[in-house]
Design a protein around this ligand. Sequence first.
Ligand code: AMP
Length: 417
Amino acid sequence: MKFKSVKGTKDILPGEVEAWQHVERVIHRVMRDFNYREIRTPVFETTALFSRSIGELTDIVSKEMYTFTDRSEESITLKPEGTASVLRAYIQHNLGEQSQLVKVYYLGPMFRQERPQAGRLRQFHQFGAEAIGSQSALLDVEMMALALEIYRQLGIEQYELNINSVGCEKCRPKYKELLVAELTKLQDTLSPESQTRLKQNPLRVLDSKDENDKAATKNAPLMKDYLCDECSAHFTAVRQLLDTLGTKYSIDGRLVRGLDYYTKTAFEITSTALGSQDALAGGGRYDLLVEELGGKPAPGVGFAAGIERLLMVLEKSGNTPKDESGPVLFFVALDDNSLQWAFAEAATLRAKGISVELDYLGRSIKAQMREANRQHARYVIVVGENELKSGKAKLKDMLSGTETEISLQQIQSSFQV
Ligand code: AMP
């Protein structure tokens, strides 16, 4: 075979796509219940949008983006995440002027050139939400509740919610200095990757997966213990609201997430049903990002969740929805005339919303019956010269196996949506 899908990308085939459609339906429904409206942004943007928002030194920007120069010599990048594009659109279209609080959601493909492994693709799909225009901790918790409600409605019960506060521009710089001073003392015991991070993005040393790093940084200072009064009050409010909702959570002082733009709340939802790539969703507050991207200052909070990971959890728990329903009606036609008649009859039924199939391959009756069965058709009507003449045909119920007679004129009224 000459052509294959590119490494790290996947086809979603018939038989698999039904689970996706089910998940997408639940996402749209729950988003609507929480009053978030859909926004669709382009698949690619100018590269600077991402380097400015996500941060030059993050893994995503420094080594994972699909960036190319187009024919107009402009640097373009395939979206590695959704927030930057949504905020670009929010600023570009002055959405903040139409409404003080803008609540939007998205769903679509994202692209990162990571090393492919289970749960990690180069084209993957995320859904996510953003609420722009309010500092209220209610919205931080609404983001968590929104993601968890989608999981609940899909039957996912195995998850953990971890929260942290990564501070703000007032308290983080001082803490960062302290952290760097402490980590520099341990520098020689850290992994090469953490040594680089210490110089470029010191907070991320704390979420290293390396066991030695974990042990070495066991007593390192954590941001949550050095919050300013405002961040501390906000973090308390988030925890109280989670308690009010009865949502279980853990505080993980090492949770920093891989993007630079977070302020105050950061959270992650993980699942033990996943392997080493156990993050189902992540999010947090980004009170400075709109301004950073050139908009009028507006606080915001959001989350993003992977759809492939969600489907992996559904599959592990045996909850993958299967849609094996076939067409409602399959016409088995015995000759060309009958096939033409069935073709027209099918068009009228389809226009009413009834799913109808017929034979396009000139198969024998037996083969057509077999095909109707293979496709899980609910009913079969057999038509030939005699049936067209007499105006009556056999209607077979494929579930019970019973056969009845149906008048051809009554077909349209017998099948209703
Ligand atoms: P992030 O934007 O990195 O916080 O990712 C948010 C969520 O998207 C993660 O929790 C995963 O569920 C999913 N995700 C991120 N990167 C990938 C990837 N390369 N392949 C599949 N899913 C991913």
